[in-house]
Design a protein around this ligand. Sequence first.
Ligand code: PMP
Length: 406
Amino acid sequence: MLLNIEQIRTDFPALHQHVNGRKLIYFDNAATTQKPQAVINRISEYYSHENSNIHRGAHYLSHKATEAYEQARKTLQQFLNAPDDRQIIFTRGTTESINLVASSFCKKFVKPGDEILISAMEHHSNIVPWQIACQDHQAELKVIPMNDKGELELEHLSTLLTSKTKLLAVTHVSNALGTINPIKEIITIAHKNGTPVLIDGAQATSHLAVDVQDLDCDFYCMSAHKLYGPMGVGVLYGKESWLEAMPPYQGGGEMIKDVSFTKTSYNDLPFKFEAGTPNVGDVLGMEEAVKYINHLGIKNIAAHETELMDYALSKLGSVDTLRFIGTPNERTGVISFSFNDIHPYDTGIILDKLGIAVRTGHHCAQPVMDFFGIPGTVRVSFGFYNTREEVDQLIEALEKVRIMFS
Ligand code: PMP
């Protein structure tokens, strides 16, 4: 089904504003997506009529909020095709999901001399938690290299995976390059070595259908705000056997069964990993965002975005002195580039003056920038509400930037 983009855009109030006297063109979707009115309304509705602390209350509002919160867990379970809603842990987002596993899994399973394997194209969120865990447990961090196209060199994978490799953590889609990694293949290879795999799905869930059972990943992490939902909320999916075996990440209310000064027993999944009062309003906003995506159909979204990406790549390719950073065969969402003699920041500032929002800099992926020997890139990232006309205006604006600095 072809999406009616003009119609869809009317659902997004933030898209209908002027910036610096120009109609806003929003190409910073990899940083965060705009929110449809339905998501904004859902959060407002919760605070207007349902606000109550969940799970323990005896009263009407508490039951209502608890029911809504647990229904959201089921919606997210279906979205990721997880076998059971007990495997859906609500977190603050991808960063917290990764930190939870890095802290809890490593405490139980990583010993001095062991190794954690990541890749050369990870976001800082999928590097630093593992560095901290490796320091804590005297383990070593190993890295799968990438090539000049911005694709992982998987021929090294089987030698990098050893009996010491306790976990492999890799991104589904690179936020700096747009590369879609062949994670199913990576997971199969890692599992042959007996190594569980965590997938950083922050950049994937808004562009690709994710089926954690088909992937057979051990952990999958996502953030609602990259998915047209609210900020500061997300999901950790985990295989039940790992989640059962892992110790709690944080202590507090909700995550316990019984507490005394001498002994505490922990709650069942998923509550064992949800200490304290949860972010109920934003979990409901996240559910609404998933419903919105489901309504459009992720396959329809992918078809529109692929067409737009191909169009943008061919147009950008004809801009003089523009150099793509990363030319992977499989990509989604993101195009990174720079001009030979213009600092990305200067390009970003001028585009902003023309009403076009892009991101410039290292995109929280400094090792990627080091690999390409550059301080940063200009990153254009797409959502399903972007159009060819907006790409045309970007190209016009980039021509202005180029002429201004030549
Ligand atoms: N991983 C990737 C690939 C990302 O793009 C991001 C967000 N830029 C994160 C992790 C962290 O997500 P969050 O800030 O929502 O926790």
